[in-house]
Design a protein around this ligand. Structure first.
Ligand code: MIC
Ligand code: SF4
Length: 789
């Protein structure tokens, strides 16, 4: 008997080969091997002792979050406890994931570190650059042609430095990570805010900017402020129309887009264990929308089932052996108030389906109140399009439940009133749902299947007529619904719901429809009601795919050349940023005082700009073009202090840069909410903005600014935001003695000759102050590796 050791993607390819060449597999036993199993075994080998050390250091029972964090301390065993919300801690994450749009910048930075291989298992996933226009095949072919330069770059860098590469069409990063790499008790970082999805498989998985990924791939510790802990107790059981998505829609309504900032959300209780693993993934995924550092669930039978179904029996067995360490201590769950900083309880049995939106993911409306809310707010009730899928909601279970509704369209003589599309999360899911006949049902009712990619979720949607900017409503099962996000139209009202609710709404075509109570008229003129959705947690016949789209890196990549043409419009090697000049910054111009919501989509828009993610100078032409200027309420129109004329934000800043004058950007609450894209920090840095002063920051963006050598400052007194005037000249004082926990001063010189001095705060620690002084963290890594050579 010959034994073949094989990972799941290879197995699928091999099965295709054998199917074509042999009738059966004689004398061969196939043993599916999980990726990086040796690394996982190593983590598990010391898990118990690390946790015992942590329990001793902390002096009380531990939450799951603490267990995973303390088991991943850079120093090894814990010797003291860390203060939540205060202490900076060095961690040693197990792995790194990057998607194509952010990987370009992460890898351009990594290439400067001087290392020959990545220090921890890392992967690149090609998912963001594929536009949804016609259908899966046509769109994928077009993307591969249009973005070949970027894909070739990513493939060759991955090959050279030992990084696993998932080709375009393989699927969306978070779904592929859940299927192949996530493991209970592990810790990973990823250059995408929805990396947190892997919490569904019991990980601590955190979204970061590329510079952070670069540190970890370079073998350096990764720093995070010890998070606060929010415990969410789920009682009861989901039933009828309610889905895991509704849990997070409800939580977003309670906590708002800021409520999770600086905290990890830990779910527990009978409601948690009764849910599928992919359902847990959905909940963790959208935890990014409440600003949470991440979310997680304790290891349970649903995770074991999912691991086995995705060819990782070995991990399930290893996890079973240390199961007690892969969930919170029972004392914690029995008396959560004592151990968490905040506790929320949700009863799943009575939870109603929700639709959140428009324009913000935390505006939560239970389905029974939607009719009244739409009327009261003047939201257009005709639904133009329903979209399901994305990294948030494209599991086999999701699709099977949605298809049970599509089937009722056929069985009950109904029709889809709105347009309807599906973006599967991975080739593994797509192939399996095709094999099981689901895609056939969607096809029959007139739905479109787009490529296994982000597509409409990130503005890569060639929506016909979007340029007319008409007021219209769409419903989708994605996670974000900021203005312009899906189709570039500021007047598209996007509502987020579960795939089941989105499908029902697309059948009805009306936002005021409540599938729980209302009827629809069928082709015979009868009133019919939709039955609640039903589906399968996992495919009865197992997952399958002919080619999941994985490309392993070369064993020795030293001879591989990575070429970037200086002519390229899409890729540009990075020049180091200049170090701080050693003096207070004086005479800065106010570039823009942004009013209201200013997400990373406002600072560095995606959609059409995604193609420039590897070219810092070109993408800088989108800097802050979506932010609203406080002084004229317009986007992309600010006063140029050199000429007195109004111009676009990027061109005005380029004029300041050419004149050697620094500037500052002022913002409101939760500035930089949303994505992990570090372009939102690198663009202002590249164009000569020196500081960003706001009422409050979103976590990833604040770190990204620090990493790139910018000053990220907050008003001590939020009212001081009102003091800033359009023509102010601004000094930042105190930099020569810049120190942790020491506020800085800002002097506003107003045009009428008067001055205001205000106090501004920061959260820089000593190390981060060094980043500022060096002109960015990368300058320090580069120097360190150069000195080791
Ligand atoms: C998003 O959902 O906004 C993105 C696109 O996936 C981003 C990453 C990016 O901007 O490249 C994210 O969430 O981090
Ligand atoms: Fe892609 Fe949307 Fe998921 Fe971001 S949230 S990774 S854009 S599918």
């Amino acid at each position: 008997m010959n034994v073949i050791l094989i990972d799941l993607p290879e197995l699928c390819k091999a099965k295709k080969y054998f199917k074509q060449h042999f009738y059966n597999l004689p004398n061969i036993q196939i043993h599916i091997m999980a990726f990086d199993i040796e690394m996982i075994k190593k983590v598990y080998a010391h898990f118990g002792s690390r946790i015992n050390a942590a329990r001793k250091a902390v002096g009380k029972p531990l939450t799951l979050t603490e267990k995973i964090l303390y088991a991943h301390l850079w120093q090894g065993d814990a010797t003291s406890s860390f203060e939540r919300g205060n202490s900076y801690v060095d961690f040693a994450p197990d792995r790194v994931a990057m998607q194509d749009a952010t990987a370009q910048m992460a890898l351009l930075q990594f290439m400067q570190s001087g290392r020959s291989q990545v220090a921890v298992p890392s992967t690149v996933h090609c998912d963001h650059l594929i536009e949804a226009k016609v259908n899966s095949k046509t769109d994928l072919d077009r993307a591969v042609t249009e973005s070949s330069e970027v894909y070739d770059f990513l493939a060759s860098v991955s090959n050279k430095y030992g990084i696993g590469f998932w080709k375009p069409g393989a699927g969306i990063i978070h779904q592929v990570v859940l299927e192949n790499y996530a493991f209970p008790g592990g810790m990973m970082i990823g250059t995408d805010s929805h990396t947190v999805n892997a919490g569904g498989l019991g990980m601590i998985a955190i979204g970061v900017g590329g510079a952070d990924a670069c540190d970890v791939m370079a073998g350096l510790p990764w720093e995070l402020k010890m998070p606060k802990l929010i415990g969410i107790k789920l009682t009861g059981k989901l039933n009828g129309w309610t889905a895991p998505k509704d849990v997070i829609l409800k939580v977003a309504g309670i906590l708002t887009v800021k409520g999770g900032t600086g905290a990890v959300v830990e779910y527990f209780g009978e409601g948690a264990t009764s849910m599928s693993c992919t359902g847990k993934g959905t909940i963790c995924n959208m935890g990014a929308e409440i600003g949470a550092t991440t979310s997680t669930f304790g290891y349970d039978a649903s995770m074991s089932r999912y691991l086995k179904a995705t060819g990782r029996e070995e991990i399930a067995t290893a996890a079973d052996a240390i199961a007690e360490h892969l969930t919170g201590d029972s004392e914690v769950y029995d008396d959560p108030e004592k151990y968490f900083d905040q506790v929320i309880e949700i009863d799943l049995t009575t939870l109603e389906p929700h639709l959140n939106g428009p324009f913000t993911p935390d505006l939560a409306t239970p389905i029974s109140k939607m009719k009244a809310a739409a009327e009261a707010n003047g939201w257009p009730t005709k639904i133009e399009v329903g979209l399901i899928g994305s990294c948030t909601n494209s599991s086999y279970e999701d699709i099977s439940r949605a298809v049970s509704l599509a089937q009722q369209v056929i069985d009950k003589g109904l029709k889809l009133t709105s347009q309807f599309s599906i973006t599967p999360g991975s080739e593994l899911v797509r192939y399996t749902i095709e094999r099981d006949g689901f895609l056939g049902v969607f096809d029959k009712v007139g739905a479109t299947v787009f490529a296994n990619a982000c597509g409409p979720c990130i503005g890569m949607w060639a929506r016909v007529g979007a340029e007319k900017a008409e007021k219209n409503t769409i419903v989708h099962s994605f996670n974000r619904n900021f203005a312009k996000r899906a189709d570039g139209n500021p007047n598209t009202f996007a509502f987020v719901g579960s795939p089941e609710i989105v499908t029902a709404m697309a059948i009805a075509g009306d936002l005021s429809f409540n599938p729980l109570t209302d009827t629809l008229t069928n082709d015979k003129g009868e009133q019919v009601k939709l039955d609640p959705p039903s589906g399968f947690e996992l495919p009865l016949k197992g997952f399958d795919a002919e080619d999941p789209g994985y490309q392993a890196p070369a064993k020795d990549g030293s001879a591989i050349q990575v070429l970037v043409s200086i002519e390229s419009k899409r890729l540009q090697l990075l020049d180091p940023f200049a170090a701080w000049e050693g003096k207070d910054l004086k005479g800065l111009n106010l570039l823009i005082k942004a009013k209201g919501k200013c997400t990373t989509d406002h600072i560095s828009m995606a959609g059409p700009w995604l193609k420039f993610r590897g070219h810092l100078d070109n993408i800088s032409n989108n800097m802050l073009i979506g932010a609203i200027n406080f002084f004229n309420e317009k986007t992309d129109l600010v006063k140029n202090q050199l000429t007195g004329e109004y111009g676009t934000v990027p061109s005005t800043q380029r004029a300041y840069k050419a004149a050697g004058i620094g500037s500052i950007v002022v913002g409101d609450e939760n500035y930089g909410e949303g994505s992990s894209r570090e372009h939102a920090a690198m663009e202002p840095r590249h164009l000569g903005v020196r500081a960003v002063l706001v009422k409050s920051f979103a976590r990833i963006h604040e770190t990204n600014l620090k990493k790139q050598g910018m000053l990220a400052l907050t008003f001590n007194n939020k009212e001081d935001y009102n003091l800033l005037q359009e023509d102010d000249r601004i000094d930042i004082i105190g930099l020569e003695t810049f120190a942790a926990n020491q506020p800085l001063q800002i002097v506003l010189h107003h045009a009428d000759g008067s001055n205001h001095t205000i106090q501004v705060n920061h959260t820089y620690n000593d190390q981060q102050i060094e980043w500022f002084k060096a002109g960015g963290a990368l300058n320090i890594i580069r120097k360190e590796f150069a000195s080791r050579k």
